[in-house]
Design a protein around this ligand. Sequence first.
Ligand SMILES: Nc1ncnc2c1ncn2[C@@H]1O[C@H](COP(=O)(O)OP(=O)(O)OP(=O)(O)O)[C@@H](O)[C@H]1O
Length: 322
Amino acid sequence: MKRIYHVIINPVAGGGKGSEVAKKILSELTEHQFTYHTYQTEYPNHEAQLVQTLLEQNKLHGFPNDRPLGSEETFPMLLVIGGDGTLHHVVNQLHAYGANYPVAYIPAGTGNDFARALGLPDDPVEQFWQVVKTRLPKTLPLLSYQDQIQGDSQVFFNNLGIGLDGKIVRKTNESARKKWLSKWHLAHFSYLSSALVSLFEQKAFPSRIEINGQSIRMDKTYLCTITNHPYFGGGVAIAPTVSLEKAEFELVIVEKVAWFKLCYFAYHILRKKDFRSRSFHRYPAKKLRLVTTTPEETQIDGESIGARCYDLTIQLTEQAFW
Ligand SMILES: Nc1ncnc2c1ncn2[C@@H]1O[C@H](COP(=O)(O)OP(=O)(O)OP(=O)(O)O)[C@@H](O)[C@H]1O
């Protein structure tokens, strides 16, 4: 089987790491005489447009799920170089077209939470060769939301966070500090400073959850995150026992409490410890409904989508990865 690589590159991911990683991968592709085409993103969400063009030109077709190996036929490999945000836009565009097309991913972002959850190698060249040697893509659980209020839907592979982490992500992504700190691999300081400001600014808000046949009201929701794996915010293990190996996600709700109690939560989370508290809730689920009635900042796979009220249905879907 001959593979043709369609390589989507976000050069600005990770404060320029996207461009550095792409150089290494393109040099491997050239040196080892693979057939490839490159597509560089030039503006936010351009990656979705690039996927749309590839799909409309029928360039993504026929991965060999059921074909004998060794055939002379060629097939296209979609290879994405960027961070969680880049991958998010690519996967969403594939799903919008109903194309559950397998994606190969080389992480080059700031947080790289999905790569961390998958246990991908830190060295991009090693990850590239892992992709090359993989014979069949693996299907992983993904989450999707449908919002009755805005009438929109998206898929996500990391988490969707309403409240505190939504605010932190918006502040971090808007901050000029993130860009230059990323260059020195210190982006977590930018996240930390946004987190400190957001901890004081975020107000408690009401939420209602329908989950596993129960209806739960929370009057003092502070952080509300639906997560597909343990990590958010560049390696913070908010839900250490969730796994991509299980078709089950987790809703984590932290209520607004005194600052010393928040410090206690932060201490345990940062030490990746499982702990119990009446104000820290974790609900494993396969489907849930979440209603919020005040506009709250929201992040999805580390991308800010502004402040909104929700009537969300969250459920499992899937996506194949090489
Ligand atoms: N040329 C570009 N200029 C500005 N933004 C871009 C460009 N190309 C892509 N983007 C946008 O950059 C955003 C951030 O990308 P991404 O999340 O991949 O990197 P990151 O934020 O450094 O990494 P991570 O999410 O892993 O922390 C995405 O929303 C993407 O659409």
